[in-house]
Ligand binder design. Structure first.
Ligand code: 5AD
Ligand code: SF4
Length: 445
């Protein structure tokens, strides 16, 4: 019915969004055009996430919905790609879910071949992980409609083997892209009018490229990207505390166009839990990194990830997490209850022994404390003026615009002259725990 029309739906992290742009690029070279409505598609790809059980449940539910579409249109092909594809390919293919194709995160180049194998009604799969694949020669097809901010994936995979985490199993060995390909992509984006880019990786600050002619670490790369143009805003995510060197912090401090926000996942405030999680730092070492950031970049925000109820977590361990939060005063945080993932070190070695209601209560205490800290951090900004990159209209009110400041805080304001993609100066007049509210200054940049 509809030939070569691709609908792609993405779950999970920014890496997955970036991967969907690579997939869209590969398939558009094969003659596919993108559609916004699954009813109009001849191929539906779901780019999936396995990080928590809930993320997978959402995809199973979606698959049940899509199966009914297939009944109406038997020509429709459904493909599952990404982390769940890697982890659960057998179940996806063979348990009657209506899945035609499965491709893991390192197999996207083979999608055209896999698709042609499905033409006669067969199923096709490739979940081979690679030591080299970085897709560095593929120019992603930008899917973000705002045209303001673009992701550049600079490395893939992860070898930290945090005990709770499925990523090393689904995304394989760590590998870094050639810096020239990253710089070219960033220059190209800037020339096409993107004022902001985010360098992405499971662990960006362990980026390291080396060949016979050149070696480069993350802080050198970050400086080179920042030097492309002073009005190109540069962000990066996500960093591991063990790899956050003073050199990197000083690079962030030295370039006005490198955003002053560091995302540093702590996961727990208890040394015993950090050790069991295999995080490779202690509470004190984490606090030392925070002190360095505060000293060298006083205006920087610090955000984090926290897991409540990891295996063997006692009330005292939990209090240690709350007390670390008090000590740091994170500006924002992503907070989760521990979810056991099959195949991880924790699943093999430690019982998931914190009762569900205890996990829920601890998580709530963490969330309540964080909301208070976020509100306090936002209140301190009232009266200050920030440079905001306008992303579009605010979700709540079309009359208001929204964008982010260098500290990665969302700012909503009443526009005077500002339009999407511009930098404007906004004076903060109010806030919630999630958003700064302000007014555009007339003396815009
Ligand atoms: N359970 C709960 N949260 C997890 N995260 C990773 N794995 C798990 C898990 N098994 C969280 C961590 C990580 C973020 C991306 O997701 O906090 O930093
Ligand atoms: Fe989810 Fe992690 Fe895979 Fe990203 S890398 S999609 S967060 S499991």
């Amino acid at each position: 019915m509809f030939e070569n029309r691709l609908f792609i739906e993405t779950y999970g992290c920014q890496m997955n969004f970036s991967d969907s742009e690579i997939v869209a690029s590969i398939l558009s070279s094969e003659g596919y055009s993108l559609v916004n409505d699954p009813h109009q598609a001849s191929l539906i790809l779901i780019n999936t996430c396995s990080i928590r059980e809930k993320a997978e449940e959402r995809v199973w539910k979606r698959l049940r919905e899509l199966k009914s579409l297939k009944k109406k249109n038997p020509e429709l092909k459904i493909g599952i790609i990404g982390c769940m594809a890697e982890r659960l390919y057998e179940e996806l293919l063979f348990a009657g879910h209506g899945v035609d194709l499965v491709a893991g995160p390192d197999a996207y180049r083979f999608l055209p071949e896999l698709l042609s194998n499905t033409l006669q009604g067969a199923q096709a799969a490739n979940i081979q992980l690679s030591f080299e694949e970085t897709y560095e020669d593929i120019e992603p097809l930008r899917l973000d409609p705002s045209g303001v901010s673009a992701f550049i994936s600079i490395m893939r995979g992860c070898e930290n083997f945090c005990a709770y985490c499925v990523v090393p199993l689904t995304r394989g060995k760590e590998r870094s892209r050639h810096p020239e390909t990253i710089l070219n992509e960033a220059r190209n984006l800037f020339q096409r009018g993107y004022p902001e880019i985010t360098l992405l990786g499971q662990n960006v600050n362990s980026y390291y490229f080396k060949n016979a002619h050149l070696s480069m670490n993350f802080s050198d790369l970050l400086a080179k990207v920042a030097e492309i143009h002073p009005s190109l805003r540069v962000r990066f995510t996500t960093s591991h505390p063990k790899d956050l060197s003073d050199k990197l912090i000083s690079t962030i401090a030295s370039y006005p166009n490198i955003c002053k926000s560091v995302h540093l996942a702590v996961q727990s405030g208890s040394d015993a839990i950090l050790k069991r999680m295999n995080r490779k730092y202690t509470r004190n070492e984490f606090l030392d990194r925070v002190r360095s950031i505060r000293k060298m970049i006083p205006e920087s925000t610090i955000s984090t990830d926290i897991i409540a109820g990891f295996c063997g977590e006692t009330e005292e361990d939990h209090r240690q997490t709350l007390s670390l939060m008090e000590e740091v005063g994170f500006d924002s945080a992503f907070m989760f209850r521990y979810s056991e993932r099959p195949g991880t070190l924790a699943a093999r070695k430690y019982p998931d022994d914190v009762p569900s209601e205890v996990k829920a209560r601890r998580l709530q205490e963490i969330i309540d404390l964080q909301h208070w800290h976020s509100l306090r951090s936002n209140r301190q900004d009232i009266g200050k003026t920030f440079e905001v990159l306008v992303e579009g209209s605010s979700k709540r009110s079309r009359a208001m615009l929204s964008g982010r400041n260098s500290q990665n805080k969302m700012v909503v304001f009443e526009p005077k002259k500002a339009t999407r993609g511009q930098y404007v100066r906004v004076r903060i007049t109010g806030c919630t725990q999630a958003t700064l509210i302000g007014e555009e200054m007339e003396d815009d940049l």
